[in-house]
Write a protein that binds this ligand. Structure first.
Ligand SMILES: C[S@@+](CC[C@H](N)C(=O)[O-])C[C@H]1O[C@@H](n2cnc3c(N)ncnc32)[C@H](O)[C@@H]1O
Length: 233
């Protein structure tokens, strides 16, 4: 598939809500002024060096799919100013929240995309991304909905194409069946090596982990989480 063919694709992996409460005036204002400045324009050809998407010099690129409240991406972007972060979130209220945080903090190393992540993935050049974070993706716990899960062979192939060799795919979830699902899908794909060395690794949060809003909810409801890291081979 050529980049042009890939770009024409409609939403295919988003099944959630796009809107919640009506936005407040300031949020609406940010959506019309700040979002266009930060949003990646998929109608343009990707730059030869993707790092030039950022107005500050960056050495690495990291993609977070479904950033929700944005607490993780803001934390990581603050602690790693030499990394360029691309955050994807189709839920309008979450995007408005992130834009407010970016304005407050003045972070320059965040760009965003406000629709289905598969569209952005298909736009990204081969081997351009150092790390993909998929943190608490929508769990779709009922068997008849498993096919809606973001982790699928098609999306793992997308990850494999855009990740640099040796790049990382990090997956966190509190849903046992989704954790098993991801381990099996990555094994069957063959292009991802699970990096766990010790039995405790998969229940040990990532270094510097700030938690996420969804994780806090899972904890309150008595569910524990797994934190998987795969190396792109
Ligand atoms: C369960 S929430 C978790 C949010 C956040 N990562 C956290 O841990 O708090 C899953 C998020 O993924 C987003 N999402 C679902 N499908 C998506 C897709 N195809 N592309 C990008 N984001 C998606 C949803 O809008 C939602 O905000």
């Amino acid at each position: 598939m050529t980049p042009t063919e890939r770009r024409g694709r409609a939403t295919e992996a988003f099944f959630g809500r796009r809107k919640g409460k009506p936005l407040r005036e300031l949020q609406t204002e940010r959506m019309s002024h700040v979002l266009p400045a930060l949003k990646i324009d998929l109608s343009a050809t990707p730059p030869a060096d993707l790092k030039t998407l950022f107005n500050v010099p960056v050495e690495r690129l990291r993609l977070e799919i479904g950033f929700g409240g944005g607490e993780h991406i803001v934390h990581r972007a603050t602690e790693s100013p030499a990394t360029g972060f691309i955050g994807v979130e189709p839920f309008v209220n979450s995007m408005a929240k992130l834009l407010a945080r970016v304005e407050e903090t003045g972070l320059k190393n965040i760009r965003v995309y406000d629709d289905d992540a598969t569209q952005l993935l298909d736009w990204l050049p081969d081997g351009s991304i150092d790390q993909i974070d998929l943190l608490y993706p929508d769990p779709w716990p009922k068997k008849r909905h498993f096919k809606r899960r973001f982790v699928s062979q098609v999306n793992l192939e997308r990850f494999h194409r855009v990740l640099k060799p040796g790049g990382s795919f990090c997956f966190a979830s509190d849903i046992d069946t989704y954790v098993n699902w991801t381990l099996l899908h990555c094994r069957d794909h063959g292009g991802f090596a699970w990096t766990a060395k010790y039995a405790s690794d998969w229940i040990t949060p990532y270094a510097g982990w700030p938690g996420t809003r969804y994780e806090a909810k899972a904890k309150r409801e008595g569910r524990t989480s797994a934190y998987l890291t795969f190396r792109r081979v």
